[in-house]
Write a protein that binds this ligand. Sequence first.
Ligand code: COI
Length: 369
Amino acid sequence: MAWGAAAGYPARMSPPPFALHLAAKRSQRPPDGELVFGRSFTDHMAIVDYDAERGWFDPRIVPYGPLALDPAAAVLHYAQTMFDGMKAFRGDDGKIRFFRIDRHCRRLHDGATRLCIPPVDEALARAAIFALVSADRDWVPSSAGTSLYIRPTVIASEPFLGVRPANRYTFFVIASPVGAYAGEAFSPARILVEDKYVRSAVGGLGGVKAGANYIASLRAAEDAKARGYAQVLWTDAQEHTYLEEVGTMNLVVRIGDEFVTPPLVGSILDGVTRDSVITLLREWEFQVSERPLGMEEIVSAHRDGSLREIFGCGTAAVITPVSALGWKGEDLVVNGGEPGQVSRRLFDAISAIQYGRAPDPHGWTTLLD
Ligand code: COI
């Protein structure tokens, strides 16, 4: 069954059901204590194909396994691909909750245009995620700090080496039971301020979840690790002065009682956790500014004692406190190297909503059924 404007379907009609081709044999989920981020995958995956004539068609749930790709598939040569990342949580009540599924599906949809990928309708992405997690509900772990990480991805599958947008795509969703992103949840990280490499420039791909952004980040991250830092703090492409993101996360800095996060100027991802953090901070009556923040201001706030907290926020780790910033051969230690009070409060508040332990006044969670 086709789905998409090319096939004459109105953009917002309800999506077709996913055909179920279930695995004959189920695998054993690893014990919760042994979960490593993104290492093991559930029994199934959701797949939908696209071609220029039919639009998105043939939505199905199939056993998890390798995709058959022509070696000339455009994604393998020119990286025409994007993804999103979201989570489902099993609460103390045993219920499965998606966190901000609508916003993740909207971001997947909205980012496609920049990459000349046909947008996956939000309702179709949502239906794929629901169908997959329904089939693999036993894979949603239940121990504290665990969740099911869900990875919707679109790849250009047309075999063609000319440089132009592909005519064929595959949208798939896979899912992985996970514990903390990096070893231990909420563990402080030493971060090196990057003044050589660039993750993205304004006008580049930084505002969308393109696979290319992550490969662009690896050299700097590896060099930082070799120098004893966990990750880099990205600075702007022109002057290497204004702060952008931290590793794969959005950045928030507390100076006095103002929380500053860099504005979404095109080189920075519109993070879902970033939005949740801003919303909670404003409710807690802190001043939140989306404004440019230069290293000069950080150094001077460090000097006068008003640099109180720095943290990264993202889906995988939720909140990662920054214990020190490496800058021009020196370490600027933040809050004595300890996580800030508000960082902790945010981590606890977001986790409590995700696991259904706290009320959800914003409607951020969606029950599986
Ligand atoms: C996130 O935490 O939101 C990320 O994007 C990390 C992911 C690429 C592993």
